[in-house]
Design a protein around this ligand. Structure first.
Ligand code: ATP
Ligand code: MG
Length: 360
C-alpha cells in the first residue's frame, strides 16, 4: 500500500485546523481520515491580533507559536489513531501571521520540533521560505498539487481556492500552468458579517442576497493597483485589511449592500483572472470554505457565462479538504526530495525542494 501522509492546514480565516490522512496512488488521491478542529475563540483572537499588528511582541508571538503547535499535534494524533498503518510524515502549513513577499519574508507559526516530538511522526514545516529566498512570492503553493491531481489533457480548466484570500490555478490542456492570488476571498465578507451580526460567517451568502450591489463602491475597490498588477503576485490579510476597506467607504452604506458589494468584489477578482488568463476554460472547480457560499458561486458563474462552475467534488476531492491534501502532497515531495514550487507561479528563479524536516 502507498504510504500515508498527514496534511494540516490552518488558513488566514483562522476558523479551524483542517487535517487529512491521505495516500497518493499514481497521483490518485485517497483520503483515509479527516479531522477538523475548530479554532477556539481565544486562539483565533490571538491570531487575528498578531495578523493586524496588535500584541505582536516576541513573547506573545512565541507563546502563540507553542499553543498552536500543540493544537496541530493534537489534530495529527487524532488522525493517526484512526489509521491502520503509521503515517510516514506530517506536512503542516502552519498559521500565517504576516506575508510580505515584497520585503522578502513570510511568517508561519507552528513548530515542527513540537509537532514531531508530540505526535511521534516526522514533520515538515516552513514550506514557503525557500521559494522566497529564490526571489519568489512563496505563494501560492497549491498550484503544483492542483496541476498534478486535477490537470487534464482534454480541457482547459481552472481551480479556485476561496479561503481568506482567493487564489486561482490555471491549467491549460497543453500544459503551462500558472496561478496567483486574485485578492480577497472570504476575509472582508467575514468582517462585514461579524460587525453586523456577530457570529461566524454569512452562511450560503444568504444575507448578501438581501442587499444591492453598489457599483460605485465596487469600482472604487477594484481601482486598487493589486487587481491590475501582473502575476506573479500574492497577498494577505495585512493588505486586504479592515483599514483597506474603510478607506473606500463613505460611511452611509447599508450593511447588506456592503455585503453584496464585497461578494461581487471577490467574484470579480476570480472571474477576471479566468476571463483574462484562460478565456477558453471549459470548467472552473471551486474549493475552500468559500465554495460553500452558493451566492458567491452564483456571482462567479454570471461573470464567466460560457464556463461551467462546479466544486472539486466533481474531480473526486471534497472542497473542504483540498488545501490540507496539498500540504500532505508537499510533505511527500519533501521526503522524495522533489520540487514543490512552480517558478511559473511564484516567480522564483528555479524550482526547489520545499520545507524543513523535523524528526521525532
Ligand atoms: N456555508 C458557508 N457559507 C458561506 N461561507 C462559508 C461557509 N462555510 C465556510 N465559509 C467561509 O469559508 C471560510 C473558511 O474557509 P477556509 O477554511 O477554506 O479558509 P482559510 O482557513 O482562510 O484557508 P486559506 O486562506 O489558507 O485558503 C469561513 O471563514 C467562511 O467565510
Ligand atoms: Mg480554514
Amino acid at each position: 500500500m502507498s504510504p500515508i501522509f498527514i496534511g494540516l492546514m490552518s488558513g488566514t480565516s483562522a476558523d479551524a485546523i483542517d487535517g487529512v490522512a491521505v495516500s497518493f496512488d499514481q497521483d490518485e488521491v485517497r483520503i483515509h481520515a479527516t479531522q477538523s478542529d475548530p479554532m477556539c475563540a481565544t486562539l483565533r483572537c490571538r491570531i487575528t491580533d498578531i495578523m493586524q499588528g496588535r500584541n505582536d511582541d516576541l513573547d506573545s508571538l512565541a507563546a502563540l507559536d507553542i499553543d498552536l503547535s500543540n493544537a496541530f499535534a493534537e489534530c495529527a494524533v487524532k488522525l493517526a489513531t484512526q489509521l491502520k498503518a503509521s503515517p510516514l510524515a506530517i506536512g503542516c502549513h502552519g498559521q500565517t501571521v504576516r506575508h510580505r513577499p515584497e520585503r522578502r519574508f513570510t511568517v508561519q507559526l507552528g513548530s515542527g520540533a513540537v509537532i514531531a516530538t508530540r505526535s511521534g511522526i516526522p514533520t515538515v514545516t516552513d514550506f514557503r521560505s525557500a521559494d522566497i529566498a529564490l526571489g519568489g512570492q512563496g505563494a501560492p503553493l497549491v498550484p503544483a498539487f492542483h496541476c498534478d491531481v486535477f490537470g487534464s489533457k482534454e480541457e482547459d480548466r481552472a481551480i479556485v481556492n476561496i479561503g481568506g484570500i482567493a487564489n486561482v490555478t490555471l491549467l491549460p490542456k497543453n500544459g503551462g500552468v500558472s496561478g496567483f492570488d486574485t485578492g480577497p476571498g472570504n476575509t472582508l465578507l467575514d468582517l462585514c458579517y461579524r460587525r453586523h451580526w456577530g457570529g461566524q460567517w454569512d452562511t450560503d451568502g444568504a444575507w448578501s442576497l438581501t442587499g444591492e450591489v453598489s457599483h460605485t463602491l465596487l469600482a472604487r475597490l477594484l481601482a486598487d493597483e493589486y487587481f491590475s498588477r501582473p502575476a506573479p503576485k500574492s497577498t494577505g490579510l495585512e493588505y486586504f485589511s479592515p483599514d483597506w476597506l474603510a478607506k473606500s467607504l463613505i460611511g452611509n452604506e447599508r450593511p447588506q449592500d456592503l455585503q453584496a458589494t464585497l461578494r461581487e468584489l471577490t467574484a470579480t477578482g476570480i472571474a477576471t483572472a479566468i476571463n483574462e488568463e484562460l478565456p477558453k476554460a471549459r470548467a472552473v472547480y471551486l474549493c475552500g470554505g468559500g465554495a460553500r457560499n452558493s451566492a458567491l458561486k452564483q456571482a462567479i458563474d454570471v461573470l464567466i457565462p460560457n464556463t461551467k462552475v462546479a466544486s472539486t467534488m466533481e474531480l473526486g476531492i471534497d472542497p473542504g479538504w483540498v488545501e490540507a491534501c496539498a500540504f500532505a502532497w508537499l510533505a511527500r515531495q519533501r521526503l522524495e526530495e522533489k520540487p514543490g514550487n512552480l517558478p511559473s507561479v511564484t516567480g522564483a528563479n528555479r524550482a526547489t525542494v520545499l520545507g524543513a524536516l523535523h524528526l521525532p
